[in-house]
Design a protein around this ligand. Sequence first.
Ligand code: GDP
Ligand code: MN
Ligand code: MN
Length: 256
Amino acid sequence: MQLIAVPDLPEIGAGDDLAELVEARIDLDPDDVVCVASTVVSKAEGRDASLSSFPAGPRAREIADRLAEIHGEEKDPRFAQVVLEESVELLMEAPFLLTETRFGHVCVNAGIDRSNTGEADLLLLPRAPSESAGRIRDGLEHRNPVVVTDTCGRPFRHGQRGVALGWAGMPASRDWRGERDREGRELGVTVENVIDELAAAANLVAGEGAGGTPVVVVRGFEFGELEGSDEHFRAVETDFVRQALRGWSYEGEVAR
Ligand code: GDP
Ligand code: MN
Ligand code: MN
């Protein structure tokens, strides 16, 4: 498998056609998977925003005051306001904002970026990343599979890595249940989240800084013969860690 960063992409702005920009810079094979950083999808979709458009309500002010106290620095209540507006559920409000976005992704600060935002203060995540992936795919000559990625933290481990926010043209996961291991034992639970794995690989090549490589082509990946499924974001009913959070609240100091 090869990972190829698409070279020489310009600064992306509202209305840009990402599929066209990619095809002008690389010859895609029909089986290539095109991984696109959400940051440029958001820019192309005009999801840049200004803090001044989000006057803070009482809830946002309360959240920002508490965060300011915990972290010992000023927190802009308008930022808490935009996070709330982008979210359908608040899972944690301290020591950071963990929410579910409108499209089902759980992450810190609703995935709103304050770096690589172009001229804007903020870059909101695409409204519906799988629809974004579908539109990009429709613009590609071979209608390649497309994965929209973001860099995201995770519980239990330090650091961030790439995850898939949306996808089109391939299943989200590969179902190993019913397959056999090397001793002939049947696998009972393994459903491999392929789009997250591809997103993590692509993110490794895309980088996080000023590199200018938001689109990474995965060449030579084979999904294989296993059944696929499109389950990606867990429903609350089967997410026991998330349910456990409902009975928890932050009471400590932040270790700095
Ligand atoms: P995110 O993970 O989707 O939030 O995106 P990042 O901010 O981590 O950026 C991923 C990659 O895309 C980095 O290599 C950035 O330098 C690059 N990038 C971000 N915006 C643009 C843009 O408008 N044009 C180009 N060419 N690269 C960009
Ligand atoms: Mn991001
Ligand atoms: Mn990133």
